[in-house]
Design a protein around this ligand. Sequence first.
Ligand code: 2RA
Length: 344
Amino acid sequence: MSLTVAVVGATGMVGQEVLAILAERLFPADEVHALASRNSLGREVSYGDKTLKCQDLDQYDFSKATIAIFAAGGDVSKEYAPKAGKAGCIVIDNSSAFRLDPDVPLVVPEVNPDAVEGFVKKNIIANPNCSTAQLVVALKPLHDRAKIKRVVVSTYQSVSGAGKDAADELFRQTKGIFVGDDATSENFTKQIAFNVIPHIDVFMDDGSTKEEFKMTAETKKILDPSIKLTATAVRVPVFVGHSEAVNIEFENEISAEEATSILREAPGCLVVDKREDGGYVTPVECVGDFATFISRIREDPTVEHGLNLWVVSDNLRKGAALNAVQIAELLLNRGLLGDKVQMH
Ligand code: 2RA
């Protein structure tokens, strides 16, 4: 059987990034199928220098695909991912639908690659929430060295995390404010232009939001259930790129200098950290990059073994599409696609 990859939600922001990254990383697919809902039928999407015509998800035979990367939201994943899995296709799902399912591995290849072997139970592998993915890439090497006790993280999340309509709204609202047009929000609870909103996803009974709950629960599943993590997730008027201010308390001693040298060598990490004007990364500089950037590495003298970091990454890439493609690469490189694929 040839190596066929289906991209579900191919017309969305993440779906289009998946197609771009499959091409950029020369993923050796023999065929790539773009799947979308009926109202996007026939729409064309780019796949490197090729153009794909979107096929109807509802009519698609998943037994034709080796791997299906889902980027169409939780409802679509809940309905179609189990069907795809039962048809023998391996699903890599970007939604939160299966992340905490004990029979579904939640994988960040730089952090817990071996977990990918657990896909066999349901033929589904879950991609973490975008704000979790970049965080655990930065935490993993430090945890291995000095064992993390507690993490306090504040996020500054771009509007593209809420989808294309939300990104379009930031543009329209910002322009509107300058020209006196209507600046009301449809995708956010309050004005997002020139503002910040401490509310992403729904509120939980304890006063936290589901976005904050996801960061805690997913970090525990991916990295270490003993880590205590508390988060405040904030939406900011940035188009692409999530930033995070991270405070870490360790069991053991680790200096800022040692942490810096460890992070410089860590997979997926790129340290940009000079204690001078501009010596740090900001969201506009991470767009289109694969790296998880780390800046502002410094000790926290208020606790026995503490560090502060600034972590920035393209939320559409490492936060979603890149991580999914890396999981596909992991499956391929570990020979987990079995007899489904005869590599040429
Ligand atoms: C957000 N992390 O940023 C959520 C979902 N992508 O809106």
